[in-house]
Design a protein around this ligand. Structure first.
Ligand SMILES: Cc1cc2nc3c(=O)[nH]c(=O)nc-3n(C[C@H](O)[C@H](O)[C@H](O)COP(=O)(O)OP(=O)(O)OC[C@H]3O[C@@H](n4cnc5c(N)ncnc54)[C@H](O)[C@@H]3O)c2cc1C
Length: 662
């Protein structure tokens, strides 16, 4: 029998050898009930790892400590004994192990099949018992116990998710199990680095068509979108909308007497609960189980053109996908590095509302969070280096969003010349010092969010060894097929794309599966990508903007309908927002559209479907829409298009026909 040592070289032992070893070890170690953990639990019939090592050497069964640990791991791997909490490697440390034959003692549930033997939830009892008397959800971590010195303490900073309440514990059990035993590496059809939207879809899709796939994640499965992006931000925005609706209820004759307040702690807890609720879809258990992917939890680094190393093991591949995403870009403002600032990585850990909230950056992320925090009760200031907000969107749409945010109470500091940022320690206040025509202007905040753009994660990936060209600002260089300069390696998502959206990463991944595994020739430029910014009102867009059409000299006509002219908009009391659709001049072909309104993100799909299906605006006019809905604005643009299409001759024929019928 060959027993693979999980740590290093292979040791060959037959069953008789193993049985001999088992008997020898049992005879020399001290087996008794012991206490372990925080708070202490009693585990029956245990022996101590470090004592076992010492005894193996003392009795001449092992030459030295390394040898003893190696033997221990062989026995562990062969199922002769387990760590009391299962699946813990055998170490030359003060950890408790139990022989399989003594297994019915103990009282700790069996390890789950995915290798996650120590659950984050196991720590809940400990953490909730240490909550402050003020009821804050922010836990104070227990001091490490001497007995537990060898057990990894919960490193919240490294994991980056807090507070460790029941929701975050559930999230982490799904997306970053406390312990994970990597599978034995094989040679793979596809290795995927990064388990955000792009990596997960690449891995699941490839495994689904029969490929042998490895997925490597260094931090949290689900990437930014689930953990620190789309999901938590949209959960906060929903609460912010509720707050605004209550504030504005008087417009609808709803009088609210007494004080109205937002319970920020509840808002954040709700977000954590919903994020945890969504997390099983991206979980380690699902990927390594039903989806059949080999999941490695660690940092992947290319070591050659067709090899990658993770946790000291080398994986070889026919094809690979880089899906390492990006992180918040930190602007070069003096003092910022030492000041306590938030990014999307930390903002969702807040448990208390910062009363004065500064946001550097006026793109979608900055504006969504600015509006949310203002509506939840903070006093928000948004800084922009120029006069623009949402620089991608058309000015008319931007003006409506800006007006709405100003109405909410958000202050904008345009053309901000940052002199420095002042602030120390882990918490605010933090001061933004501006150069106001030669004099210094100070603005003080309890928290400062940096949302000044994104930086692709390309550093330390070994891209040079793999022959993959990249740029620190623009990310991995890819061709139309999303192939990098190494033809066996592809890149998807934020690390390789200008369109940094979850749905874009998803569809890039689908394209790569075809191109990498099935000789596909799909091109990224053929994708039609809608997007939305989820401020109130939302701004959604697909296709070309007016300025693109002008720059490219494409003749076009524009059809626009204000929601304030649509019956649904009128009864809903909508004062601004519109549907605007550009059509090729003389052809019934939609070239682009922008919608500004409360459900613009949902509504844009109708136009996207039409564009994909080659359905013109004239034909959209023939699609029956329920009355009264906001989407009627789209059909009414179609009506306007059809009316304009009637040539003077056709109009006069109709006119004469009607006259005859009177
Ligand atoms: C606040 C916020 C709100 C957003 N809202 C929306 C929205 O509403 N709609 C929308 O479409 N998009 C939204 N986005 C953008 C969206 O989150 C990203 O476009 C999407 O997450 C990109 O997916 P990805 O797979 O490219 O990268 P990521 O999600 O960043 O995943 C990359 C993964 O790779 C891992 N990794 C990196 N290096 C290594 C390595 N060497 N080894 C192993 N693993 C590694 C990382 O840990 C990470 O888990 C938002 C983003 C933010 C920040």
């Amino acid at each position: 029998m060959s027993n693979k040592n999980p740590d290093d070289e292979e040791i060959s032992l037959n069953n008789a050898d193993l049985e001999e070893l088992r008997r020898s070890l049992r005879a020399i170690v001290d087996i008794r009930d012991r206490q372990y953990g925080f708070p202490p639990k009693t585990y029956g019939s245990c022996f101590v790892g470090s004592e076992a090592v010492a005894k193996l050497i003392e009795k001449g069964l092992a030459a030295d400590e390394d040898d003893a640990v190696r033997l221990g791991n062989v026995m562990l791997h062969a199922g002769i004994f387990h760590h009391v909490q299962r699946a813990h490697v055998f170490k030359n440390e003060h950890l408790f192990y139990r022989f399989a034959s003594d297994e019915d003692h103990g009282g700790v549930p069996d390890a789950v099949a995915d290798g996650s033997s120590v659950k984050w939830a196991d720590f809940l009892g400990i953490l909730t018992s240490t909550m402050g008397a003020d009821g804050s959800l922010q836990p104070t971590l227990p001091e490490p116990d001497a007995d537990l010195a060898n057990m990894d303490q919960i490193d919240l900073e490294a994991i980056g998710v807090s507070p460790l309440d029941e929701h975050n514990a559930r999230l982490l059990d799904n997306v970053h199990p406390k312990r994970w035993l990597d599978p034995e590496p094989k040679s793979y059809n596809l290795v995927v680095i990064g388990a955000g939207a792009g990596g997960l879809v690449s891995a699941a899709g490839a495994a689904g068509v029969g490929a042998r796939v490895a997925l490597i994640e260094s931090h949290l499965l689900g990437g930014d979108c689930l953990n620190v992006g789309c999901v938590p931000s949209k959960a906060l925005l929903r609460c912010a909308r509720a707050a605004a609706e209550v504030r504005d209820a008087g417009r609808f004759g709803v009088r609210i007497d007494g004080e109205i307040s937002v319970d920020f702690g509840y808002v954040m807890e709700r977000m954590r609960r919903l994020r945890a609720q969504i997390s099983p879809v991206d979980s380690a258990r699902r990927y390594s189980g039903p989806l059949g992917v080999d999941l490695f939890m660690g940092r992947g680094v290319f070591t050659g053109k067709n090899s990658i190393e993770v946790n000291g093991k080398t994986l070889t591949f026919a094809k690979a996908v880089i899906a390492t995403g990006g992180t918040a870009a930190i602007p070069n403002i003096p003092g910022l590095a030492d000041a306590p600032y938030l990014t999307n990585n930390s903002i969702f850990n807040l448990t208390e509302l910062p009363k004065r909230f500064g946001v550097i950056g006026a793109g979608p992320i900055g504006l969504e969070m600015a509006q949310a925090f203002q509506r939840l009760g903070a006093k928000v200031t948004v800084f922009s280096r120029d006069e623009q907000i949402l620089p991608k969107e058309e000015p008319e749409a931007v003006a409506i969003v800006k007006e709405s945010m100003i109405r909410d109470g958000v202050a904008f500091a345009f053309n901000s010349a940052f002199k420095r940022i002042e602030g120390k320690g882990e918490k605010g206040p933090v001061r933004v010092v501006l150069d106001d025509n030669g004099t210094e202007r100070y603005l003080e905040f309890d928290a400062l969010l940096i949302a000044a753009g994104r930086k692709p994660s390309v550093a330390g990936l070994g891209l040079e060894q793999a022959g993959v060209e990249f740029d620190a600002r623009l990310g991995v260089v890819v061709n139309e097929k999303l192939q990098t300069t190494n033809p066996d390696i592809y890149a998807v998502g934020d690390v390789a794309g200008r369109y940094q959206f979850t749905h874009m990463a998803d569809f890039m991944a689908r394209l790569v599966i075809k191109n990498a595994l099935f000789f596909g020739r799909d091109k990224v430029s053929e994708l039609l990508i809608p997007w939305a910014t989820y401020t109130d009102p939302e701004v959604a867009h697909v296709g070309l903007y007016e300025k693109d059409l002008k720059e490219r000299n494409i003749p076009f006509a524009t059809f626009k309908r204000e929601f304030s002219d649509v019956d649904r908009g009128i009864v809903d009391g909508i004062a601004s927002g519109y549907v605007k659709i550009h059509v090729a001049k003389g052809k019934d072909r939609i070239l682009g559209a922008t919608i500004v309104g409360s459900h613009a993100g949902d509504m844009i799909s109708e136009i996207t479907v039409a564009m994909r299906a080659g359905m013109g605006l004239g034909r959209l006019a023939g699609v029956i829409h329920p009355y009264p809905t906001a989407a009627e604005a789209i059909r009414q643009c179609g009506d306007a298009y059809n009316r304009e299409r009637l040539t003077p001759t056709v109009k006069s024929i109709f006119h004469n026909l009607m006259a005859l019928r009177r």
